[in-house]
Ligand binder design. Structure first.
Ligand SMILES: *Cc1c(COP(=O)(O)O)cnc(C)c1O
Length: 355
């Protein structure tokens, strides 16, 4: 098969997923497995299911369409667009929400079309400043939602570390479940789906710091990379290298590190900066910014240094490497979220599954 490719080790990935399920199950928490990073790759959803996942989350309806026949609860993670409500009702059991106008439209649609009430998880913004109602508005919002007949308020959700890079704390989680209790008491309803965060919150589970009310975690990163977003250390019993990227060397040269001539702008409109470190041995790989995010590519050969590149080329300083690279050789990279997204999304990148 050709290059470049993203290689998925099925055994390692499923081991990570099973381990996450085990860590959470000990605290009565269900893992809602996030598929959005795989950009609608069906085999990835199958692997989740084979590892025991029953709840799936994605931000895009197109991805749910790909695996709609795989049984389980499907939750839309991005606040629904009003224009996608009819399709969402077909594909999803629940959705995360933060805007009352949107929720009203969902309710109206379900009533008008005789659909069973769509399940709503109301997001509460505990500080990361992406989606969700403010804590002081949560009760009022919950009351309005509970009066809408075409939807069912099943619980609350919170999220950290995405926009504002905020870290969950004991105080914010306490505040979160206090909001739950207040809503349950005042409105006399039960909130059975308490979605306590993403991978960044997993450490709170094994540190026994997650309030017992929390019964769902939405998780992608931790199971994909076997690391905790927060400490970036490999989680006990998981693998960091379930996913890797392989790209092919197309040129090995020896050139000045400093380009020659007057400096304009590069292919992406930026004025680049170069450090003059004399003549260096370089390798050029047939993978570019169209295929991956360079900042999120970590060469297995830690003596290689990514210098930059363009749409279709990656240029690497190989001066210090012990390996004599030549055209046709493969350079392997560990991945991070950004590169995983790009690689799965690029139709030029082969997706190779190994047992
Ligand atoms: C993407 C996403 C997640 C998953 O985050 P990870 O860091 O991959 O665990 C959870 N919740 C929401 C709302 C998301 O959009």
């Amino acid at each position: 098969m050709g290059n470049p490719k993203i290689v998925i080790n099925e055994t390692k990935f499923k081991t990570n997923v099973k381990r996450a399920i085990e860590i959470c199950k000990a605290k009565n928490i269900d893992v809602l497995a996030v598929t959005k990073g795989f950009c609608g790759n069906r085999r990835m959803a199958e692997l989740y299911a084979e590892a025991g996942i029953k709840n799936f989350g994605d931000s895009r309806l197109d991805n749910f369409e790909v695996y709609k026949d795989i049984p389980g609860h499907k939750q839309l993670l991005r606040i629904p667009m009003i224009s996608e409500i009819p399709r969402m009702i077909e594909l999803c059991d629940s959705s995360l929400n933060g805007d009352l106008d949107v929720i009203k439209k969902i309710s109206d649609y379900c009533l008008k079309n005789n659909k069973k009430p769509h399940e709503i998880v109301l997001m509460v913004d505990l500080g990361d400043r992406r989606e969700g109602v403010l804590p002081e508005d949560a009760l009022k919002s919950a009351k309005l939602i509970s009066e809408m007949k075409g939807v069912k308020l099943i619980g609350l959700g919170c999220n950290f570390g995405c926009y504002g890079a905020r870290i969950p704390s004991d105080e914010t989680m306490k505040q979160f479940v206090e909001i739950q209790h207040k809503i349950e008491d005042e409105l006399n309803i039960k909130l059975t789906h308490m979605s306590g965060g993403n991978s960044l919150s997993l450490h709170m589970v094994w540190e026994n710091r997650m309030p017992e009310e929390i019964n769902v975690l939405r998780m992608g990163f931790a199971m994909i990379f076997g690391t905790e977003d927060m400490y970036r250390q490999t989680i006990d019993g998981m693998y960091r290298d379930a996913f890797r990227c392989e790209a092919e060397v197309v040129e090995v040269d020896y050139k000045s590190s400093m380009p020659i001539g007057a400096c304009g702008i590069d292919a992406f409109g930026h004025v680049p900066y170069f450090e003059d470190i004399g003549d260096i041995k370089r390798i050029i790989l047939a993978i570019g910014k169209l295929d991956t995010m360079f900042d999120a590519m970590i060469p297995y050969d830690d003596k290689l240094k990514i210098l930059g590149g363009s749409s279709d080329h990656m240029i690497i300083n190989a001066q210090d490497s012990d390996i004599e690279y030549k055209a046709g050789d493969i350079v392997t990279f560990a991945l991070d979220w950004g590169s995983l997204l790009y690689l799965f999304n690029s139709s030029y990148v082969i997706k190779e599954f190994e047992k």
